[in-house]
Write a new protein. Sequence first.
Length: 762
Amino acid sequence: MLTIALAPQADALAPLPGLPVWLARLLAARGIVSEEAAQRFLHPSPDQLRKPDALHDLSKAAELIQNAAKQKKRAAIYGDYDVDGVSASAILYEALLALGLKAAVYLPDRHREGYGLNIPAVEKLAQEADLLITVDCGITGIQEVRRAKELGMTVIVTDHHRHLEELPPADAVVSPLLGDYPFPGLCGAGVAWKLALALTGDQALDLLELAALATVADMVPLTDENRVIVALGLERLSRTKRPGLRAVMERAGVQGRVSSDQVGFQIAPRMNACGRMASAHIAFDMLTTRDAAQAEALAIQMEALNQERKSQETKVLNAALEQTKQMDLIDHHAIVVWGEGWNSGVVGLAAGRVAEQYAYPTVALAVEGDTCVGSARSAGDIDIYQALSQCADLFEHFGGHKQAAGLTLKSEHLEEFSSRLSRAVAGQTGGKPVRPAVLCDGELALGDVTEETVRWLQMLEPFGMGNPPPKFLCGGAEPLSLQAVGTEGRHLKCSFLQNDETRNGIYFGGGAWAGKTDGRFRFAFSPTLNEFRGKVSAECRIFALERIPESLQKNAVNEAMTAFSESISEAPAASLSPAALPALMAAGQGVLLVCRCLETALALRAQFPDADFCLDEATDSRAFNTLLLYGNAKAVSPAFRKIVLCDGDLGEAAAYRAACPKAEVAALPLSDALKSLLAASFVDKDGLRSCFIQMKSYSFPSLYSFASACALSVPQAAFALAVLRDIDLVDCSLSPFRVSLLPIKKRSPEESGLFRLAQQAH
């Protein structure tokens, strides 16, 4: 179900001067209700940044670094292998060079060393440097910092991750999570940039493009200071003088004004590929080189590594999805998948893709001997770090935040970890399923999807966590075209009509909707601009699509083909009272209500509006409570636990038991709608005899041609074939249509339970 989220006070707001009312409401939904706050939000500037010395221990850290520079000491920067860690390392490296302090940069190997400080690396650096500065790590490295101190090093920790109860014994610990700093959302590079600002003053503004890269890539909230860092940093990135970034952006097809989407989906993956597939130092060298030839060579190398990353990610993702298909997602509240030979550098990407597809928190682990190294990604409002914390005794290492985490554990603990994580997540949800939801900021008619609207929306950029692209709800739109496009038809190109206005759209990942144009739709979307052959037009980027059941027209053909698809079973479904349905539906997962008639489906839809609605098939392995209209057992996920035949049992019980082995199958009493269908479809003995004679003389490519030849309606033709099948005179399938004669024998229509039922109704 789509959820519309409007700011509670939106209707009472006076319009903000110079802004459309709908834009004022969008700002209000983000907590911006005054003209002054709106101007600050829409026009970020350096004066909106807080003084760096407000950060815990930052003044102390700056003084230690300045003294080291004066004393001609040597420094070592210990970073991380992702965009945040690499960018933070580059920021501090260039700031220290500006002070005249020589510095070496150490980026751990993802596969050999993993995340964070490690003692062998510390011992090596102690032989080369007097001052150790961590960026984007170190806050939990208590033993490692203690070892560095034992070796005589001055240690400064700068980090943004959650800390333990005990802090490392460093000379300074700089973190937005410590003290009373008002904005805890800085990424590692954001913290490093604050330190660079304290060290070099306005020179640090030239490093904002690196802080912006990291802030977008690390998926921290793009609110408060982060919004300013990214807005100002993207401006600089668009005209960057760094030859490495220019070379990478050219190969990534990034031109002109750089957006947060381009950073997140085109630049950052190429940088991250270095640490995943080879060495993060390649990305670091790309950021810091001033040599154009070296920059080009590094960009070429990064492009190759990114292609290799994509290949490895696809391999791991396909295996992870295959495992997920075998899981019972009613019993499990989190997905844990693992495999030997998986590249530990891409398991986080695979976990993210699985979590996005299933809306379940997901952990993907690479099994390396008796050890598993992996990553976790959250879904919905689940705090994955908190859930993992309840399994902490199983881990060799783990760390992270609400949305993502990394972990290492022994292979022997895999099954226990999977069970305990599921229970931990269930504790956060109250045992209810994590339902995917697309929250909309308001409603917008297709006629309002214009270039002007898009230009106004661009003022809300940069978009990201905490400031997502506004999504609107379009209701009651008629599909003119739903066409699968892209590799394997994964995406949907579409066109909708509403109030005489037509707009095109694209739905990435929505290819399964291709051709399903029955009824009208509602969808969540963002207005975007499409440029093709020099022509610019406004269109819709669709995030979720939902059919409006009430818009469906009664379809006697589909009802008949569904109702008569099976013979009446010798093992009928258990009887169920309609009064028992609310209790069944209370859990929110595992119940399938099968409807043959539209009237029945719409009545149940009114009773259970939170249930999913499906037409023809219900294949979602999460098995959320679902209303299925015109479906059959072959088009149903085996995950369902309770199947209710809501128009009564006309023989489908056995088919559903076979398709869903764990399910109990029950039936409500025969509905009035189905009784009417039976009465309207009835064909008497003479009519059945005439049909059989026609089949002896002709072959028919479709149910429609058979009905025409027999002078019957399509529902009557379906009924006739079903009765003849029941008494073993023909072998047939209604969908897809197929019919053949069986050896002739003397049979009576009364031997068919379907015939007897219809005869009574008639």
